[in-house]
Design a protein around this ligand. Structure first.
Ligand code: ZN
Length: 288
């Protein structure tokens, strides 16, 4: 446990910041991936338990892929609000249908996160069939990243950093600074994961629920920034700037419980996606 904590601390120092548009901070993504192992049924648990450190430490690899691959960025979000109003009926949930209606360029630039989750569920099933440890653990870790992002409310809107509503910098403050400042208070409750019948539909359900949490985040941030000086406001989007405790305390009092619920649900659903992949693969015996 102490070694794992040390690894987390060292990696946090080395790799923060990844960039200004990442989802949950490094610590939250690692935690979501690690906790998901605790939801697994006996038939899968041994493998995932033995790879828990890898799956946790590689939880933000997909954010790093963005540096070399321009097509990676939109796989981490979906700007639902560019498709009208909730429940966004005009957006077909089938990717090919969506492309037929809006064109590939539009659909891809507005973000493809739910489709990425469904794709990676299938990829994981294929990797499990192949029986290759290196492939299974990397795909499982990356799927965890995408599921984590889907539970991050600001990944469901165009106004992902409060840039249109005078909340500039809210992305980092909510997902990273607030979560990191209060991580000691996080106590996930995790049940055993059952498979998901329709992985794509489920991914859309997640982002739709996330979307509904955006407004409370922006409202709380508007309230919290009132106590800041103009210099502090300018620092909110600066990845090198330290957290401002009084400001974060206001965010945490309004949003802490919701944030923990999102992380908790992300771990649980990640377990469910892993189980779904395993079932799709025909429940193979995973490598020893
Ligand atoms: Zn991401």
């Amino acid at each position: 446990m102490i070694i794992r904590l040390l690894v987390i601390i060292v990696l946090t120092i080395v790799f923060t910041p990844v960039n200004s548009t990442q989802g949950w901070g490094f610590t939250a993504h690692m935690r979501i991936n690690s906790d998901a192992v605790d939801t697994l049924p006996a038939g899968m648990k041994k493998f995932f338990e033995s790879e828990r450190n890898f799956i946790s430490e590689h939880a933000v690899d997909p954010d790093r892929w963005k540096r070399d691959d321009k097509s990676e960025l939109p796989r981490h979000f979906i700007d639902l609000d560019m498709y009208g109003t909730y429940p966004f009926k005009e957006l077909p949930r089938d990717y090919d249908e969506a492309v037929k209606k809006f064109g590939a360029e539009t659909v891809n630039s507005r973000g493809t996160l739910p489709w990425r989750i469904a794709e990676y569920t299938l990829n994981l099933a294929e990797d499990m069939k192949s029986g290759k440890r290196e492939k299974i653990r990397m795909t499982a870790a990356a799927l965890g990243h995408y599921v984590g992002d889907s539970y991050s409310p600001l990944h469901s809107v165009e106004n992902y950093n409060g840039q249109y509503t005078n909340n500039y910098g809210v992305h980092k403050q909510f997902e990273n600074r607030m979560v990191n400042a209060y991580m000691d208070s996080y106590e996930p409750q995790l049940n055993e994961a059952a498979s998901i019948k329709e992985p794509l539909r489920h991914a859309f359900d997640i982002v739709m629920r996330s979307y509904k949490l955006v407004l409370p985040i922006l409202e709380s941030e508007t309230k919290a920034r009132k106590i800041l000086t103009s210099g502090q406001i300018d620092s909110l989007n600066d990845w090198r700037a330290k957290g401002i405790p009084d400001y974060l305390a206001i965010l945490y009092s309004d949003l802490g419980e919701m944030g923990w619920n999102q992380m908790n649900s992300a771990s649980y659903d990640l377990g469910r996606y892993w189980v779904s992949a395993w079932e799709l693969a025909g429940k193979p015996v995973l490598p020893e």
